[in-house]
Write a protein that binds this ligand. Structure first.
Ligand SMILES: Cc1cc2nc3c(=O)[nH]c(=O)nc-3n(C[C@H](O)[C@H](O)[C@H](O)COP(=O)(O)OP(=O)(O)OC[C@H]3O[C@@H](n4cnc5c(N)ncnc54)[C@H](O)[C@@H]3O)c2cc1C
Length: 297
């Protein structure tokens, strides 16, 4: 199907984009990689009268480490993140996730800012950003805002962004030494959205005690979920199999999935437990300095 007619703008500055968004309000939409918005427009589930393309604006697709943070310009593509040495060496959890987003074409076009703003509950990026305590910077006619990703995402497909607000940057704290991460996704076929997914970032002491842990669940709720009760079970404890099994049970209970074409509620809860154990094992091995390849299931 063809989208409804729209007017197209490609401003060369952020200020220009915000001016257009202020002028057209709810009738305008920002266009980034177009991998979610264009399909919605073709299905006529979205029919913005004005499209404001961000791709001509310089400086929005950078990956940089500064002051203990790794920052991603909103237009950084999934492929650029996948290929980044910085991400490969310091954010394995994110590297795992971007490597399993859709296919090569989707990863070449889709952006981190678009993934966050679109807030798809089954998207791969949000579970990771929840687990990494990521923040976003935004700009609107009212000025700049910084907020945590889990405050920005308010519901399925719903981010707390004003009509004239552009997400400009995603900021991730650099994990400390001795920390390792992993993201595992269960999909029905290669390139599909997750049936369920789990991201784990864990710091281990030399004696095997879990110093800190963060767990993000994807595709098992209206938004990504932080499995805080499962985290609390593991934090500060000597990690043993029974404890990890108990944390897996807890995380399954914290998941809040709905039944859909990808599976029933009980099946998705069960998957959360299985994936947590796998993600925890890989993250722990990475925390100990082992090189473990991205996990595909
Ligand atoms: C076949 C297919 C398979 C896919 N598989 C996966 C998958 O396995 N996992 C996964 O996570 N994703 C998947 N995706 C989605 C993909 O990751 C998209 O790239 C992503 O969801 C949106 O990014 P985008 O840059 O394309 O955003 P767009 O489609 O351009 O925009 C999406 C929404 O975000 C808004 N927006 C975009 N950028 C900004 C910004 N900077 N500030 C404010 N608002 C903004 C737009 O207005 C729009 O509402 C798939 C998509 C397709 C078509």
């Amino acid at each position: 199907m063809y989208p409804e007619a729209f007017e197209y703008f490609s401003p060369e500055t952020l200020e220009g984009a915000i001016e257009l968004l202020s002028q057209y309000g709810e009738e305008a939409k920002v266009l980034a990689g177009g991998q979610s918005l264009i399909p919605l427009m073709k299905l006529r589930l979205a029919s913005p009268k004005y499209l404001i393309y961000l791709g001509k604006i310089q400086g929005l697709s950078t990956i940089q480490e500064q002051d203990g943070m790794i920052s991603f310009g909103a237009l950084t593509s999934h492929a650029e993140i996948e290929e980044s040495r910085l991400v490969q060496s310091k954010l394995s959890i994110m590297h795992d996730a971007v490597s399993v987003i859709g296919d090569v074409q989707i990863r070449n076009m889709g952006t981190i800012g678009g993934s966050v703003a679109h807030a798809d509950p089954a998207g791969d990026m949000l579970a990771v950003l929840f687990a990494l305590d990521a923040r976003v910077n935004t700009l609107s006619s009212k000025g700049k805002r910084t907020l945590k990703v889990d405050e920005l995402i308010v519901d399925a497909y719903s981010a707390d962004l004003a009509a004239d607000e552009v997400l400009t940057e995603v900021l991730v704290p650099v994990p400390q030494e001795g920390s390792g991460g992993a993201y595992v996704k269960f999909e029905r076929r290669a390139g599909d959205f997750a049936v369920a997914s789990v991201g784990v970032q864990v710091s281990l002491k030399k004696d095997g005690t879990c110093q800190d842990i963060a767990i993000g669940l994807g595709a098992v709720g209206l938004t990504a979920i932080r499995a805080r009760k499962a985290e609390a079970l593991l934090r500060g404890k000597q990690v043993e199999d029974d404890l990890v099994k108990a944390a897996a049970v807890e995380a399954s209970a914290e998941a809040d999935p709905f039944a859909d074409i990808r599976g029933a509620i009980d099946y998705k809860r069960h998957l959360v437990g299985v994936l947590l154990k796998r993600a925890f094992e890989i993250a722990s091995r990475r925390a100990r300095g082992e090189e473990v390849k991205t996990a595909h299931f």
